[in-house]
Write a protein that binds this ligand. Structure first.
Ligand code: NCD
Length: 318
């Protein structure tokens, strides 16, 4: 595999191999030798044309732990998705000798366009394109769920996951529905009808408009940020109303199954989709998701750039 643009690029076996590699790499990172020499001499460009905290710094940390050289290129306001300027950007990256480009962009399909261009020969990793996909986030979420709930199984068969809130604007939701269902989990989307995209009926998941009906039956609940910056009109009456029907609070936390976990990709709107006590409570794995993000992104870079044959050389078994 050369690029990671969509969860659809991965078979179930590929996805499990990324999770297993991340688990192995997390074990190495916990040891005294944090850094592996695997990607020494390789250049990785972080091309972020949209705001990001967790994704950008965790890709940077991941690349550095594999000894790659990292160039941060934040081209806010540039238009990579528009013909000539895409060519210019790609040629610049090629001139820098980029072995991989990690791209975040507000246009859905931007990563695909960069990968399809003939002007750049490196790997392209989609770090979030518009409202389309965010595959590394879904992989770190699956990793987190597997770690807590799979009881040693390598996939997520038998687990139920609710994804709640602004599905309409969420690339995290789409990538997670595709990946979690591929790994055998049952996924239910919970949202008001106004925050569900057209065509959602064909996604491999169930749909509910009632959080209280769903909450007691899930093993993991993933709260989505209300993406105010992508909203040009009103999608719900007001914030209080939204929180009352679709927010996670301590009453709903109490209704959850024993052992069920609370997730959020961040950044959170505390007090809107999730209360502070739900975000910081005993069921929350939100901070751990960030740490797992580094291991998953190391695994992605490792598998795309080093390939399987180098597993043996660096002492990391597959
Ligand atoms: C998400 C994103 O940017 O798509 N955040 C992230 O990558 N951690 C979700 C969001 O912005 O709400």
């Amino acid at each position: 595999m050369k690029h990671l643009l969509s969860i659809n690029d991965l078979s179930k076996v590929d996805a499990i191999s990324i999770l297993d590699t991340a688990q192995e790499l997390a074990r190495v990172s916990d040891g005294p030798m944090k850094k592996l020499p695997t990607l020494r001499g390789r250049t990785i460009v972080n091309l972020f044309a949209e705001d990001s905290t967790r994704t950008r710094i965790s890709f940077e940390a991941a690349a550095k732990r594999l000894s790659a050289d990292v160039i941060n290129f934040s081209s806010k306001g540039s238009s990579i998705s528009k013909g000539e300027s895409l060519k210019d950007t790609a040629q610049t990256l090629q001139a820098m000798g980029a072995d991989a480009v990690i791209i975040r962009h507000s246009a859905s399909g931007a990563a695909q366009r960069l990968a399809d261009s003939k002007w750049m020969s490196g790997s392209v990793i989609n770090a979030g394109d518009g409202t389309h996909e965010h595959p590394s986030q879904a992989l770190l979420d699956a990793f987190t769920i597997r770690k807590h709930l799979s009881k040693g199984a390598d996939d997520l068969t038998g687990l139920r996951v609710a994804i709640v809130g602004d599905v309409l604007h969420s690339r995290v939701a789409r990538s997670n529905v595709l990946l979690l269902s591929k790994l055998g989990a049952q996924v239910v989307l919970v949202a008001p009808p106004t925050l569900l995209p057209v065509g959602v009926e064909s996604w491999p998941c169930q749909i509910s408009y009632d959080l209280d009906e769903v909450i007691a039956n899930v093993d993991a609940i993933m709260m989505l940020r209300i993406q105010l910056e992508r909203m040009s009109e009103m999608y719900f009456p007001n914030a209080r109303e939204y929180s009352r029907y679709f927010g996670l609070n301590s009453d709903r936390i109490r209704a959850m199954k024993a052992g069920a976990i609370v997730m959020h990709p961040g950044p959170m709107n505390r007090g809107l989709e999730i209360t502070a006590d739900a975000a910081d409570g005993a069921r929350s794995v939100i901070v751990e998701q960030v740490a797992n993000g580094v291991s998953i992104r190391m695994a992605i870079l490792y598998l795309l750039l080093a390939g399987n044959q180098e597993f043996a050389e660096t002492g990391v078994s597959s």
